[in-house]
Design a protein around this ligand. Structure first.
Ligand code: ADP
Ligand code: DP6
Ligand code: CO
Length: 345
């Protein structure tokens, strides 16, 4: 019997991935950039056990069993890592053993807080540890096939997911842009507005946007490439003003495209919009930009803020928003996936 446990954090997209050019391989229509949070914060924790005694591959997510062998994304990740192990020369009989997987998220699942990113990054990394495979760019192409955003959670710090041009997706990889240590005072506040499952999953929402939005192609062709270049410059220079402007504009543009989708995908709610207004007013009163909001496919806000400005911002949030309307949590940025235990034989 072999067993391994790993943890993987979520990543918060700064330039959003929204739309695929290939559904099964999960190839995106545009590059994206995110920041990965710490492994003690919003995390998935996954234990995988392989045994010659197991009859079927099985998985439990937050204690509920999933139909693993009927789930093409889960099977693609399992087969992908096993294939890689085989190519790397592993002759281990354990490669043929069935696996039992138990995963838990320590934050709301499917609520727009990137559970699919942490979940599939953790699954693929745990499988890699189980079969003795190193963390490489190629491994990110397997995590990508679980959930696109997951490929970015294999690395810490600021990470770019390249759209790639090849049909087989081998160049659609995640690559670190800057390490977590490069900008150590960058923090994120997560404002949980609603922890329920979203009505339209990211997968369904982006499919509908690609087929119906008239704005999405302009974003992909004209706007994202320039934005990616400018964001990388801002990160390299630790230029918070430029970073913040790009972050907020890209969040707004993504939600504009969600609304341009037909029928529209409405992910933000009244509290989300109140947070947007609050941040702009706050930045005006402080004179310089201290806070940058971003919203994924859900109503919950992530606010990028430098460490020295956290306390003041938190106090202002608590004054404007009563504690029963949002939960405020501060998360340090940090490292990528980490193994919890070594393989037991
Ligand atoms: P989110 O905004 O949370 O990423 P998505 O709609 O993109 O929401 O994805 C949610 C789905 O991701 C879940 O229904 C489940 O299939 C998958 N998922 C979430 N957490 C995990 C996990 N820990 N392990 C494996 N899959 C997970
Ligand atoms: C808005 O990666 O969850 O969070 O690839 O279909 O699993 P699938 O979708 P997913 O989409 C994430 C969309 C987003 C933006 C982002 O994380 O870049
Ligand atoms: Co997701």
């Amino acid at each position: 019997m072999l067993s391994v446990t790993c943890k993987a954090p979520v990543n918060i997209a700064i330039i959003k991935y929204w739309g695929k050019r290939h559904e099964e391989l999960i190839l995106p229509i545009n590059d994206s950039i995110s920041m990965t949070l710490g492994t003690n914060e919003l995390c998935a924790k996954t234990t995988i056990t392989a045994s010659e005694k197991f009859q079927h591959n099985r998985m439990w997510l937050n204690d509920e069993e999933l139909l693993f062998e009927e789930d093409s994304r889960l099977m693609r990740c399992l087969k992908g890592v096993q294939r890689l192990a085989h190519i790397n020369g592993s002759q281990e009989a354990s490669l043929c053993w069935k696996v039992h997987i138990a995963s838990r998220n320590n934050f709301p699942t499917a609520a727009g807080l990137a559970s699919s990113a942490a979940g599939y990054a953790c699954l693929v990394y745990s499988l890699a540890r189980l079969y003795g495979i190193p963390l490489t760019e190629e491994l990110t192409t397997i995590a990508r096939q679980g959930s696109g955003s997951a490929c970015r959670s294999l690395f810490g710090g600021f990470v770019q997911w390249h759209r790639g041009v090849l049909d087989d997706g081998s160049d659609s990889v995640a690559e670190p842009v800057a390490s977590a240590q490069h900008w150590p005072n960058m923090h994120v506040l997560i404002l949980v507005v609603n922890d329920e499952r979203k009505k339209t999953s990211s997968t369904t929402g982006m499919q509908r946007s690609v087929t119906t939005s008239q704005l999405i192609q302009h974003r992909v062709d004209k706007l994202v490439p320039e934005r990616i270049a400018n964001l990388k410059k801002a990160i390299k220079a630790r230029d918070f003003q430029s970073f913040a402007e790009i972050t907020m504009k890209d969040s707004n543009q993504f939600h504009a495209i969600a609304l341009d989708t037909y029928p529209p995908c409405v992910y933000m709610n009244d509290v989300s919009h109140a947070i947007v207004n609050f941040v702009h007013t706050y930045n005006k009163t402080t004179g310089t930009v201290h806070a940058a909001y971003t919203f994924d496919a859900g109503p919950n806000a992530c606010i990028y803020v430098l460490k020295e400005n956290v306390a003041k911002l938190l106090a202002a949030i608590q004054k404007v928003f009563p504690t029963d309307s949002i939960d405020t949590v501060e998360y340090l940025r940090g490292l990528a996936v980490s193994p919890e235990s070594n393989i037991e034989k």
